[in-house]
Design a protein around this ligand. Structure first.
Ligand code: CAA
Length: 259
């Protein structure tokens, strides 16, 4: 499939890479881009050879937010009736394989929210995160007020949402928003290294792990622990569990069949 606002490629036949590509607008996230992104993610999710997906942008910007020019003249009735601006953003949540955000430069507003919708964030040392919507007379509209406090706690999330300031990569790592920070020229190597590690594991176990960690954000502790236990027990029905444990016991490398 050919796209106008993103680039898509695979690495080693098992990692899907989506690069946001609207450089003149710092990868501002308009409707066309988000539709293409959703289509590309769904295609990788459905491809049995792909075990992990990386979402990235350019050196200057992961994404500078929803497209302000496109939404500036909307009325309440426009956006409410049409469910405009973020209506096609939820696709990323339905992707069952892991999605790593490799973030360089600006990740602002919807760009920060998009990164937070991914499963974890690896940041370049020049990355800058923020929810500056307050400066535009609005608030985050793609989950920022919900995911940011879960990631960094109430105080810092309030600080970011109320002042609109940016946080650099070091602060984002200290706050737990990103899992790793590397120099910009190592960003894709680092993300790819992680993706290849994940892609070689049992896809069934990887999907279960993702589903279970996500459950921690959407339920109480007892429900989450029970959910995890059910999935843990279910994995004993897979050939990959037999293979993984037999390989350990017999001191050999496992060869997962994703079944
Ligand atoms: N939407 C549309 N265009 C954008 C954009 C956005 N979010 N962010 C940047 N651009 C465009 C600029 O208009 C500019 O275009 P022109 O060259 O045609 O003028 C180009 O990208 C480069 O931007 P700047 O000249 O502003 O570059 P800079 O280095 O001086 O500043 C910046 C960079 C700090 C990121 C600044 O562009 C900026 O503040 N952008 C807006 C960030 C923002 O407010 N994001 C939140 C959007 S609302 C939202 O996302 C809602 C939601 O929750 C879903």
């Amino acid at each position: 499939m050919s796209y106008e606002n993103i680039e898509v490629r695979t690495e080693a036949g098992k990692v899907g890479i989506v690069t946001l590509n609207r450089p003149k607008a710092l990868n501002a996230l308009n409707d066309a881009l988000m539709t293409e992104l959703g289509d590309a993610l769904k295609a990788f999710d459905a491809d049995p050879a792909i075990g992990c997906i990386i979402l990235t942008g350019s050196e200057r910007a992961f994404a500078a937010g929803a497209d302000i020019g496109a939404m500036a003249s909307y009325s309440f009735v426009d956006v409410y009736k049409g469910d405009y601006i973020t209506r096609n953003w939820e696709t990323i949540r339905s992707v069952r394989k892991p999605v790593i955000a490799a973030v360089s430069g600006f990740a602002l507003g919807g760009g920060c929210e998009l990164a937070m919708m991914c499963d974890f964030i690896i940041a370049a040392d020049n990355a800058r995160f923020g929810q500056p919507e307050i400066k535009l007379g609005v608030i985050p509209g793609a989950g920022g007020t919900q995911r940011l406090p879960r990631a960094v706690g109430k105080s810092k999330a309030m600080d970011m949402a109320l002042t609109g300031r940016m946080m650099d990569a070091a602060e984002a790592e200290r706050a737990g928003l990103v899992s790793r920070v590397v120099p910009y020229d190592k960003l894709m190597d680092e993300a790819l290294g992680a993706a290849l590690v994940i892609a070689d594991f049992s896809q069934v176990a990887v999907m279960a792990a993702k589903e279970s960690v996500n459950r921690a954000f959407e339920s109480g502790l007892s429900d989450g622990v029970m959910f995890e236990r059910r999935l843990f027990h279910a994995l004993f029905a897979t050939t990959d569990q037999k293979e993984g444990m037999d390989a350990f016991v017999n001191k050999r490398k496992p060869a997962f069949k994703h079944s």
